[in-house]
Design a protein around this ligand. Structure first.
Ligand code: GLA
Length: 386
């Protein structure tokens, strides 16, 4: 359906501008952003779009073309409510901005149209939060930097939506740059760009199509386990976060923690952080074989030590390996969602068919296997002229 028409049908006026924000994948560095580690995500060509018009009252009204529902609330009455469902991610941004002291002098109509499947592990929620923050920044002239857009979006996810996530997704999307991945230091919130020049090779995305919700997953539990580990370790160490530990520290750490499960969580975090360094080096030297090995090791660590993969992700990664991938791993939070695989470009068609076949015959649902481009962060697409 034509989005301009849909906008008119819902808000009885025409859109004034159109914006978009991309999804993201994470190449490596999983579940370490909230542990002060380095991560290596990139924004991908899969977008969430918003059509917007100004209102002359103080109401934020929003409609989702995907879900077909509409919500409206006055700016000074915003609070989290289960009833608002996905619209919490729109309202929450305005709440967070106002709480941070930004002046929002009038309301907006916002139509959301998403190509990013909800709960797919490609960060549909961070994309929506970044997008709405970007729109508010542009329309109300708030002067917020892209880095701080990510920060506000993360605050909103943490305090308003209730997920104790790190900064990776919001930053990956806000700071996205064409053909580059972002080496993001989550402790210092500093970043540098890396060329993603893989010659004959490419990353593909494999979506398990297992539905999930992070807020309801064990995500927050993992964050709490890491907090607990940190306090146990600091009986003797003096570290600000788990990623300050070295692999050599693990023997002593194991004794201090004295809890097998919690220790495995720490072992994942420390080894994963090390893999990010190795991965960045391998990217510089175009060492494809090592990249593949590190992807495989990362997945095993997330599977056995961090326990966030599950049958669907394990099977799709296995399918990718059987189909000849150099390496494959889950990407994002896990618990379903998506995995990525590093393959030879010319093999794509056959690879896709093989993964689909293997996964379907083991799990009984069809996965989606697709190519993505690495793209720029949020932007204003269109200024409609009346
Ligand atoms: C989710 C969170 C991120 C990060 C990843 C796991 O995507 O939003 O902050 O923790 O999981 O690496």
């Amino acid at each position: 359906m034509n989005l301009d028409q849909l906008f008119f049908d819902n808000f009885y006026t025409s859109p004034e501008s159109r914006y978009k924000a991309p999804a993201r994948i994470n190449l490596i560095g999983e579940h370490i952003d909230y542990n002060g580690g380095k991560v290596l995500p990139a924004a991908i060509s899969c977008y969430i779009t918003a059509l917007v018009s100004k209102r002359d009252d103080l109401v934020i009204a929003t409609y989702s073309s995907n879900i077909g529902s509409k919500y409206a609330v006055e700016l000074n009455k915003i609070k989290y409510s289960k009833e608002y469902d996905w619209a919490n991610y729109v309202f929450g941004v305005f709440y967070t901005l106002r709480a941070a002291g930004y002046r929002i002098p009038f309301g907006l109509n916002i139509l959301i149209d998403s190509q990013i499947p909800l709960g797919s592990g490609l960060s549909s929620s961070a994309a929506l939060l970044d997008l709405v923050t970007y729109i508010a920044n542009d329309i109300y002239n708030l002067g917020i930097s892209m880095k701080n857009i990510a920060k506000i979006a993360q605050n909103c996810e943490n305090s308003f939506c209730g997920l104790k996530c790190g900064i990776m997704d919001q930053a990956a999307i806000a700071l996205g740059l064409r053909d580059k991945c972002i080496l993001l230091d989550c402790a210092k919130f500093e970043y540098e760009y890396f060329d993603l020049n893989l010659g004959d090779y490419t990353f593909v995305v494999m979506k398990t199509n297992k539905p999930r919700s992070l807020v309801e997953s064990k995500y927050n539990k993992r964050v709490e386990e890491c907090e607990k580990a940190l306090s146990l370790i600091n009986q003797e160490f003096n570290v600000n976060n788990l990623c300050e530990l070295k692999i050599e520290d693990l023997t002593r750490v194991e004794q201090l923690i004295n809890d097998e499960t919690i220790y495995r969580r720490v072992r994942h975090v420390v080894t994963e952080n090390d893999r990010v360094y190795q991965f960045a080096r391998a990217l510089r030297h175009n060492n494809i074989e090592l990249l593949g090995q590190l992807l495989d090791d990362s997945h095993s660590s997330l599977r056995y030590d961090y326990e966030v993969t599950g049958e669907h992700l394990d099977t799709i990664v296995e399918a990718a390996k059987v189909a000849g991938a150099v390496g494959a791993r889950m990407t994002g939070a896990g618990f379903g969602g998506c995995a990525i695989a590093l393959i030879k470009k010319e093999d794509f068609k056959q690879f896709k068919a093989n993964v689909e076949h293997y996964y379907y015959s083991h799990i009984g649902i069809m996965p989606d296997v697709f190519n993505v481009d690495i793209v720029d962060g949020p932007s204003k697409d269109i200024d409609y002229h009346h």
